[in-house]
Design a protein around this ligand. Structure first.
Ligand SMILES: NC(=O)c1ccc[n+]([C@@H]2O[C@H](COP(=O)([O-])OP(=O)(O)OC[C@H]3O[C@@H](n4cnc5c(N)ncnc54)[C@H](OP(=O)(O)O)[C@@H]3O)[C@@H](O)[C@H]2O)c1
Length: 324
């Protein structure tokens, strides 16, 4: 019997409900995967609460790794026994087994284990598109990256340090700041204790940064805008404190002809080719040893309520995985 965690109505973590189900045979274009590890992501919270509207009932989760135990009649590139992972759905990763389109999966290189894959696929691919394609960071750039001790944050800081950019990071509290400094950030600001926009201007001697990556959302958007250089790029890509209030175009003009984008993973991983290119770039960084995936929290899948509570309380650092 397979099992999973289902949301029957939007709300708090108490709406995450254990269910059992019979696993059907995969359709012609599908495979059956037995999950060995599932990634926890902040977007799972937005799905659970209804901030990103998905009609219940649904099984949340967009990231997992496991082994293929059956393949549909038209699947030719994946076979039983293959080790696979996926970075962005389709929704439904919070379960022990599932059927899903073979086209959503990538095969794992030998050197990447299931737990590491589940901890890095969505977060690492997000980092890849943000710093390589949304704004292509180069060594001469100065970058401000918020929530740097988190899942996406830790991967991003290490990757940016490898590129050789000047990295200014923020995190909540001295312990998180110390962690981020060790990952290679040049400057770390405890944005729970000081105004980060003033600190950024001090660090950059009034020049500002080329790009801001802001996933904190409502609470940090306006001060983040103040941190940008003339013609800088505001990348607002998350809502940990709530969605950003509407932005008048004139604001971008007043702060120096700024650019702004609100990207999402699925628009950068829209085709199989894009997915393979992005995941290969990520795997290469892991192989080079320039990015270490820090799995700092592990929960049994059945304890997922506790995992959500811990994430929302800002008590996690690095990646969190759920074990079926
Ligand atoms: N657009 C995309 O394609 C995309 C893809 C993946 C992730 N994201 C976004 O990237 C962000 C990071 O995702 P993640 O899964 O790696 O999560 P995470 O960074 O591990 O956790 C979120 C972090 O946000 C910070 N935060 C600030 N205010 C918060 C609040 N009121 N409540 C909770 N957290 C708060 C906390 O760090 P401090 O305590 O240090 O402030 C917390 O650790 C999320 O906003 C997510 O939605 C976007």
């Amino acid at each position: 019997m397979a099992y999973g965690i289902k949301v029957f109505e939007h709300g708090g973590s108490d709406k995450l409900t254990h269910v059992e189900f019979d696993l059907k045979d995969p359709k012609a274009n599908e495979v059956t995967i037995q999950h060995h590890a599932v990634g926890l992501n902040f977007i799972d919270v937005y799905h659970r609460t209804g901030l990103y509207p998905i009609d219940p009932p649904f099984i949340p989760g967009l990231e997992a790794a496991g082994e293929i135990i059956a393949v549909g009649s038209e699947v030719s590139d994946i076979k039983v026994g293959d080790r696979v992972a996926y970075p962005g759905g389709p929704l439904g990763a919070y379960c022990s087994h599932r059927n899903m389109p073979a086209s959503s999966l990538v095969k794992l290189p030998d050197h990447i284990d299931y737990e590491t894959a589940a901890a890095m696929m969505l977060k690492g691919c997000t980092t890849e598109y943000l710093i390589k394609r949304t704004f292509k960071v180069e060594p001469h750039h100065t970058v401000l990256f918020h929530a740097a001790a988190g899942g996406v944050g830790q991967i991003a800081i290490q990757w940016l340090a490898d590129i050789g950019a000047t990295v200014i990071a923020t995190a909540g509290g001295p312990e998180k700041c110390a962690l981020v400094k060790k990952l290679g950030a040049d400057h770390v600001i405890d944005y729970s204790a000081e105004n980060f926009d003033e600190a950024v201007m001090d660090i950059t001697e009034g020049n500002g940064v080329d790009v801001v990556y802001d996933s904190v959302g409502k609470a940090t958007f306006r001060p983040s805008i103040k941190c940008l250089k003339r013609r800088g790029m505001m990348v607002t890509y998350g809502n940990a404190t709530g969605p950003v209030d509407p932005v008048p175009p004139a604001l971008l003009n007043q702060h120096g002809s700024l650019f702004m984008t609100r990207p999402k993973l699925m628009d950068y991983y829209a085709t199989k080719a894009e997915m393979e290119e992005g995941t290969n770039a990520l795997f290469k960084q892991i192989l080079k040893g320039t990015i270490k995936i820090n799995i700092n929290q592990r929960f049994a899948l059945k304890d997922v309520q506790k995992a959500h509570d811990t994430l929302e309380a800002r008590k996690t650092t690095g990646s969190t995985i759920l074990l079926p």
